[in-house]
Ligand binder design. Structure first.
Ligand SMILES: Nc1ncnc2c1ncn2[C@@H]1O[C@H](COP(=O)(O)OP(=O)(O)OP(=O)(O)O)[C@@H](O)[C@H]1O
Length: 684
């Protein structure tokens, strides 16, 4: 007997009260222990082939689909709703792709007086012959073959073609995910051919088709079943999109990178990849990212994902990359005394006061130190001339370089005198140790938010990439790079060319918010190694209200409006903890805090701290003219630095902020507002 678990079961379980969930889970466990259900009350449902109802209590029923040795947990609900759900479904492999699907029996609105309409919804009935132009039916031109290729069930071919633009959303809810995503992309300008589903070989198990695996999962053992039942809201832990699964399970021939717009599940892929690698009992996996806060987030998700597999969990360490480096340094080399930017600034100011570095401002020298000299561990002026100054495009002449170098040489000596070492030096030392054959504790490293790796971190990882195979796996989005200037990974030994994949289904953010935010970035971003990340063709799996932009005469009026917006969201039933107010800088935090409408649980945070977070409703406020791009950042750049790079990272930052929102996005500032407001696709 094989027990299978459907995403529809997870969804319906998540909608029950806590008490009802407890009862339903007990019944599921009874069923798993007694698959024939001898001790349970089970009935075949007459009007639904293959479906059975299993009694949980007087009112609740689990819907099970039984086919030979396969028992599928399909749905759970109150008696009548559970039966109605089953009566509208058929479970069959798709005739072309071979993927197992729940096919909803289409219901056309009954004529008046006709008594067929027992279901709780009606597919809108439209007299299509009366419609003036084909354009009002976005799919009218698609052939049977085109629709079947993307997984549309045969029963739905005509309905899809006949659907009017105004009704496409209700259509998507009723089709299998792969078909809905293909049609949504097509309706918004994409190509249907890009979504052709793989065809399963004849005779193969329809549950093992990649598209079936996003909705059905064979449960291997009671522990796994318990874990799935414990987290019905965490569907990501069980059901992966085929594109996610293929990058997770693939045997890569070298460093690989998965990218995709915000909310496409890159972090979920990183988690599953680490868990996948840890299946090998000899593996030791480091799952890492650039900040401790993000690492904490990864750690709690990893605990949840491998809750039922303690052994596997013990083979995954989750740490911020600097914390992992510190551990290694202390183990291999000794106590770590770090220099920070304040030490560097003091040394630079000291050097300048001694007359070194003529012709350069302190701000320029500090940035040059941080982004070029220290980042690349430049040791002499000759090497300085050979370092790519991407993002700092103005060329320095030989004399300028030599005069700047006087300062950097001074800084290095000063740090050595004080017994301090920079992070870049830490990674360099670790790299030397690895090259010299020191036993590295990890067989695999999985890096999330890889777009924000520093040069030194990437260089160190480059040394590890010599191990080849599956040793390095990256997830990230170039459009969200907010901390560092761009650089070539290849040059540092990380060559992901030919091993990069792009995720195109956004799970976090509504279609309306994602498409508005996407307008901040270009449709294609090319990295320094020529790898193109295409954002076009990304689809969100749900719709929501359009985001709103408001500009005010003064900050007080804006605060009042955001307070009102927060109140309305709470009235609509959104918990205050699911609302975030995001601002560019600490300088605007006071405005954000006042706008929380007195709810302690509404988060008021700066955009940089929002990375990795998500809320149902987000207000991005205080987007005044001099706030974004940050006037302070612009004024601090040295006179020869390139402003373009700053504009780019500021744009990325606004993109990160806007894409933390799931359902509601409100964007505001004091008029005339940030120049980026012209680009974000939000209606005033
Ligand atoms: N296969 C899936 N099924 C259900 N939900 C998913 C799936 N994959 C991701 N999600 C959900 O989508 C949301 C975004 O996922 P995740 O944080 O991994 O995206 P991301 O691409 O890393 O985003 P960002 O670039 O903004 O960091 C999360 O709520 C996650 O649980």
């Amino acid at each position: 007997m094989t027990l299978l678990y459907a995403s529809t079961f997870a969804d319906s379980l998540g909608k029950l009260t806590h008490q009802e969930q407890k009862q339903a889970k007990l019944t599921v466990m009874d069923l798993a222990l007694d698959p024939r259900g001898n001790g349970l009350q089970m009935h075949r449902i007459d009007k639904a082939e293959g479906f059975w109802s299993v009694r949980v209590n007087r009112d609740l029923r689990i819907i099970l689909h039984r086919d030979g040795d396969d028992d599928l947990l399909a749905y759970v609900d109150h008696h009548d709703d559970a039966y109605a759900w089953a009566e509208r479904k058929r479970l069959i492999p798709h005739e072309r792709t071979g993927a197992m699907q729940f096919v909803e029996v289409p219901v056309v609105q009954a004529a008046e007086g006709d008594d067929q309409g027992s279901s709780s919804y009606h597919y809108p009935h439209v007299d299509y012959t009366a419609l003036p132009v084909a354009a009002s039916r976005p799919f009218v031109s698609l052939t049977d073959d085109q629709l079947l290729d993307v997984g549309v069930p045969r029963d739905w071919l005509d309905i899809v073609r006949d659907t009017e633009e105004a009704h496409v959303e209700s259509l998507f809810d009723r089709l299998p995910g792969e078909a809905a995503e293909a049609l949504l992309d097509f309706a918004t300008g994409g190509r249907i051919e890009d979504h052709t589903a793989p065809v399963a070989p004849a005779g193969s198990d329809p549950y093992l088709h990649p598209d079936a695996q996003r909705r059905f999962r064979k449960v291997e053992g009671l522990e796994e079943l318990k874990a799935a039942l414990e987290a019905p809201f965490e569907k990501w832990a069980i059901f992966l999109h085929p594109a996610q699964r293929s990058s997770v399970e693939r045997d890569w021939s070298g460093p690989a990178r998965v990218s995709g717009s915000a909310g496409t599940g890159k972090t979920i892929v990183a988690l599953h990849r680490a868990a996948h690698l840890a299946k090998d009992v000899d593996a030791k996996v480091l799952l890492t990212t650039f900040s401790p806060a993000l690492a904490k987030n990864l750690e709690s998700k990893m605990d949840l994902l491998l809750e039922a597999q303690k052994d596997r969990r013990s083979r995954v360490d989750v740490r911020a990359i600097d914390d992992a480096a510190r551990e290694l340094f202390e183990k291999w080399i000794g106590a770590l005394r770090l220099a920070d930017l304040v030490d560097a600034r003091q040394a630079i100011e000291d050097a300048v006061s001694r007359g070194l570095g003529a012709g350069h401002s302190t701000d320029f020298l500090l940035e040059e130190w941080e982004e070029v000299i220290d980042a690349w561990c430049v040791r002499d002026v000759g090497e300085y001339g050979s370092i790519p100054r991407i993002g700092r495009k103005i060329r320095l002449g030989q004399n300028q370089r030599e005069s700047a170098w006087e300062v950097f040489a001074f800084v290095r000596e000063r740090l050595i005198e004080k017994g301090l070492i920079t992070w870049a030096d830490v990674y360099k030392e670790l790299g030397h140790r690895v090259a010299a054959g020191e036993a590295f504790p990890y067989s695999h490293i999985v890096i999330d938010e890889a777009q924000d790796l520093s040069v030194a971190q990437a260089k160190f990882l480059g040394k590890l990439s010599a191990a080849g195979g599956n040793s390095l796996f990256f997830t990230g989005d170039l459009g969200q790079r907010i901390f560092h200037l761009p650089f070539s990974w290849c040059r540092l030994g990380i060559d992901v060319r030919g091993r990069s994949q792009i995720l195109k289904v956004c799970y976090r953010t509504s279609h309306q918010i994602r498409s508005a935010a996407d307008r901040l970035l270009s449709g294609e971003i090319v990295d320094q190694d020529g790898i193109v990340e295409v954002r076009r063709g990304t689809v969100s799996v749900f719709d929501g209200p359009s985001p709103k932009l408001e500009l005010f005469d003064n900050a007080e009026d804006e605060i009042a409006a955001v307070i009102e917006w927060v109140r309305r969201r709470v009235e609509e039933g959104i918990a205050p903890s699911e609302i975030g107010i995001l601002v560019r800088d600490v300088d605007q935090l006071g405005r954000a805090r006042r706008a929380t409408a007195g709810y302690d649980d509404v988060s008021a945070i700066v955009m940089h701290d929002a990375k990795g977070l998500e809320y149902r409703a987000v207000a991005v406020m205080a987007l005044d003219e001099d706030v974004m791009p940050s006037a302070r950042r612009l004024s601090e750049v040295g006179d020869v630095a390139d402003l373009e790079a700053i504009h780019e990272t500021e744009r990325h930052l606004l993109y990160v902020a806007a894409t933390r929102a799931r359902d509601h996005l409100h964007v505001s500032g004091v008029a005339p507002g940030s120049e980026f407001l012209d680009d974000i696709g939000v209606q005033v």
